[in-house]
Design a protein around this ligand. Structure first.
Ligand code: CA
Length: 265
């Protein structure tokens, strides 16, 4: 054991920042975010529905995702984690649907959900429904991971309008998929390798609706900002552009952590 004393193991670790703001126009914040740092789970949910129901829906989505992912054993494979994340989001859909049916004043409530799961084993997963977004910043470039489930995104995919025209479109917020609106919901799952220096950004559409995509990607990729500082910067930028909607951002930075292999020997 003498020669082993200095041996180190390396694994992926992360630091994060998160924040949400009501914006400059609305009186209620229907966005929610959730963080389970030890498990590497980060969620943004953007609720909709009258009488504060949107807030209920987005909170339920965050809670169900956290509870579902908490059932995942540590050192799970990416395959196990993928199915657990999908099941957790599917369960959230059922819970919100039942809650809406049980309380007539909440009927029609729904929410987006974009959930990031990062692993010390070096992989990431994103589970996604709706028009919140996940971005990955790697090697100085910000790329969008998720595709919006909106009417205008379908027009973009058909080549009929540009991204910027979609953003300015009068029906830009019309969702084609959300949790809590039907018994079956298709959940998009994205995955990849987690590398040191990777930065993930989750945001509600209160950011994307206020700022052009190019400007957002530029802000995300600017070096030298801590996760907390980037969250503040994004919320401020959305509000300075008008703050028409609630805005929520979660930023997660991955790095390599070294630990003694046998800490208590
Ligand atoms: Ca919104």
């Amino acid at each position: 054991m003498v020669t082993d004393a200095a041996r180190l193991t390396e694994h992926m670790a992360w630091r994060f920042g998160a924040g949400s703001d009501v914006g400059r126009v609305r009186t209620q914040n229907e966005d929610s975010f959730g963080v389970d740092e030890p498990r590497g789970l980060f969620i943004v949910a953007d609720g909709m529905g009258g009488h504060a129901a949107g807030e209920v829906a987005s909170r339920l989505a965050v809670r169900c995702a956290c509870e579902g992912v908490a059932m995942l054993p540590s050192h799970s494979s990416v395959e196990e984690a993928r199915e657990r994340l999908r099941t957790a989001i599917d369960d959230a859909n059922q819970v919100i649907l039942i809650e809406g049916q049980a309380h007539p004043e909440r009927s029609g409530m729904g929410t987006t959900t974009t959930a990031l799961l990062v692993s010390p084993e070096g992989w990431w997963l994103v589970g996604h429904v709706g028009d919140s977004r996940a971005y990955l910043v790697r090697d100085g470039d910000a790329t969008r991971i998720t595709e919006d489930h909106t009417y205008v995104q379908e027009l973009v995919n058909q080549g009929r309008i540009s991204d910027e025209e979609a953003r300015m479109h009068p029906r830009s917020s019309l969702l084609t998929r959300a949790l809590g609106t039907s018994a079956q919901v298709a959940i998009d799952i994205y995955e990849g390798d987690l590398r040191p220096g990777d930065r993930f950004v989750l945001a509600s559409d209160g950011l994307m609706s206020m700022l052009p995509e190019d400007m957002i990607r530029e802000l995300l990729a600017e070096p030298g900002r801590s996760p907390d500082a980037l969250v503040d910067c994004l919320i401020e930028a959305a509000n300075e552009a008008g703050g028409h909607d609630n805005v929520t951002a979660v930023v997660v930075d991955a790095y390599v952590e070294s630990e003694p292999e046998d800490a208590d020997s």
